[in-house]
Design a protein around this ligand. Structure first.
Ligand SMILES: CC(C)(COP(=O)(O)OP(=O)(O)OC[C@H]1O[C@@H](n2cnc3c(N)ncnc32)[C@H](O)[C@@H]1OP(=O)(O)O)[C@@H](O)C(=O)NCCC(=O)NCCS
Length: 216
């Protein structure tokens, strides 16, 4: 196993680690009925979870669409699901749209599986320039129950390897909502720096995003 847990044949095998500072319940040992709310919130997978990374296939399309919708709502709809959000999510995260990505020669879509189930995915878009950087990470979504298991890091590392193979350059760029502090600190900890501001408009409201770049 080399390069951050990625095997020579392109798979990535890592072990999910429980976060030591948290009270941890396994997914098989649910908190007792009288558990305090905060104890439920910090449930994590304690049991060892091995994940693998591979290129997405057409038969993954439905699962990717469902996972994408789930992660989007979990991340951005903290105030509840408005009609605007419902329309956006149901139009964007469809198996047809995922299949269109898979048929686009400028796209690479990788999935991470744990116990044969989908736990996360990453979408790379080539030829989508920010300044001198030709590769965009368009989406990186991990199901919350797998957060902190190293899957996001592994997908990002793997994607940068794909970028290197395809463009001769590991550099990538992306945009991330400026209020998504968890993702911003995740990207900063992995060497990405802010390189501008972009806006995402939804329902007539502009949401500020940070443009982040890794050039090394
Ligand atoms: C941000 C995201 C991609 C990170 O993926 P991940 O698989 O949890 O990341 P990893 O396990 O590889 O690394 C977790 C890191 O995130 C940080 N982190 C912050 N809050 C965390 C939490 N609640 N649980 C776990 N990790 C957390 C830690 O710094 C940790 O770094 P460390 O391993 O150096 O301690 C993932 O949480 C996600 O998909 N979030 C929702 C969608 C999103 O915001 N995507 C990015 C939009 S551009």
């Amino acid at each position: 196993m080399v390069n951050g847990g990625i095997t020579n044949d392109g798979r990535c095998l890592r072990t999910c680690r429980a976060r030591p500072s948290m009270t941890v319940h396994t997914s098989r040992t649910l908190p007792r009925a009288s558990a305090l709310p905060h104890e439920r919130i910090i449930q994590r997978h304690k049991m060892k979870t091995t994940h693998s990374i591979r290129a997405a296939r057409p038969d993954d399309a439905a699962r990717i669409a469902v996972l994408g919708a789930h992660v989007w709502v979990h991340t951005y709809a903290a105030a509840g699901v408005s009609e605007v959000i419902a329309q956006y999510v149901t139009a964007k995260f469809t198996p047809e749209n995922i299949l269109a990505l898979l048929n686009d020669p400028g796209i690479v879509l990788l999935v991470a599986e744990a116990n044969a189930n989908l736990a996360g995915y990453i979408v790379m878009r080539f030829g989508s320039h920010h300044a001198d950087v030709p590769t965009e990470i368009e989406t990186l979504y991990i199901q919350d129950s797998f957060a902190g298991c190293g899957i996001g890091s592994a997908l990002l590392t793997h994607a940068r390897g794909v970028a290197m193979a395809r463009t001769g350059n590991r550099a990538v760029w992306l945009i991330v909502n400026s209020q998504n502090e968890k993702a911003i600190s995740f990207y900063r900890a992995r060497g990405m720096t802010q390189d501008g501001i972009a806006y995402f408009e939804l329902g007539g409201i502009k949401h500020e995003n940070k443009v982040m770049v890794a050039r090394d």
